[in-house]
Design a protein around this ligand. Structure first.
Ligand SMILES: CC(=O)[C@@H](O)[C@H](O)COP(=O)(O)O
Ligand SMILES: NCC(=O)COP(=O)(O)O
Length: 239
């Protein structure tokens, strides 16, 4: 079974645009769970341009499905936030400070020492650790060496190339996923997954543990409604 974790960053972006509390991030998270999402993902960034640090505390208190916090652990504040909230999963992402969104996975070989230390810290708090990587077998192997539990494959290149040649687009992801399975890592995927490209990814990598989806899902919900949209994404994973 592949779990759907809904990334609610975009809800916070909308809320922050007017400075009030509409839409209410916590309510949307609980509604996502009620509508069938099996997890909630947030990616607080140091500038708090969408999810604020306080949101993480508020969500932790109420979310009953898997809570996944993504972010760059080079920021001490991020590590402290995760340790204070003890989510079921932390996803380590090497974001540059002013990047519009995540745009690359870790070099798990160059950053082996840093990642190994951080993973040990999160493990000592009982938190599962997923490491965001490009679809590169060497980076997957490197994540295993660092002690990760899972990798999250950065799927933007798959999504970008999907309509041109989906067989070729998925191939590096299948190889990276096979490597993850071979070395005993759990497998997540995310970034730019959508109703267009999700089913094909799942068909080619049926052992995917989890996908985290935000931008496309929240955009679809404007037309289709949140409950219906979540059901539609869940259906794409039932193949
Ligand atoms: C880690 C990742 O793939 C990103 O998609 C991220 O979680 C989304 O962050 P933004 O919502 O800030 O673009
Ligand atoms: N980890 C990826 C994620 O949470 C959502 O990415 P996107 O669907 O907003 O591109």
């Amino acid at each position: 079974m592949t779990r759907l974790s809904v990334n609610i960053n975009k809800i916070a972006t909308l809320r922050n645009s007017r400075g009030g509390d509409n839409p209410n991030v916590l309510k949307v998270a609980l509604d996502c769970e009620r509508f069938g999402a099996q997890g909630i993902t947030v990616h607080p960034r140091p500038d708090e341009r969408h999810i604020r640090y306080q949101d993480v505390y508020d969500l932790r208190a109420e979310v009953t499905t898997e809570f996944n916090i993504e972010g760059n652990p080079s920021e001490k504040k991020f590590v402290e936030l995760v340790l204070a909230n003890k989510p079921e999963q932390v996803t380590l992402v090497p974001d540059a400070l002013h990047a519009i969104t995540s745009n690359a996975g870790w070099d798990t070989i160059t950053n082996e020492a840093e990642l190994t230390d951080l993973i040990a810290i999160f493990h000592s708090a009982g938190i599962r650790v997923s490491v965001f990587v490009d679809a590169d077998e060497k980076m997957v192997e490197g994540a295993k060496v660092c002690g990760a539990d899972r990798v999250e494959l950065y799927t933007e290149p798959y999504a970008a190339y999907y309509f041109e040649n989906r067989q070729k687009a998925v191939l590096p992801f299948v190889k990276a996923a096979e490597k993850a399975r071979e070395v005993g890592l759990g497998l997540n995927a995310g970034h730019d997954l959508s109703l267009d490209n999700l089913r094909f990814l799942k068909q080619n990598i049926p052992w995917l543990d989890e996908v985290s989806i935000g931008h496309a899902l929240i955009s679809d919900a404007l037309y289709l409604g949140l409950e219906n949209t979540i059901q539609m994404y869940l259906r794409e994973l039932q193949v």
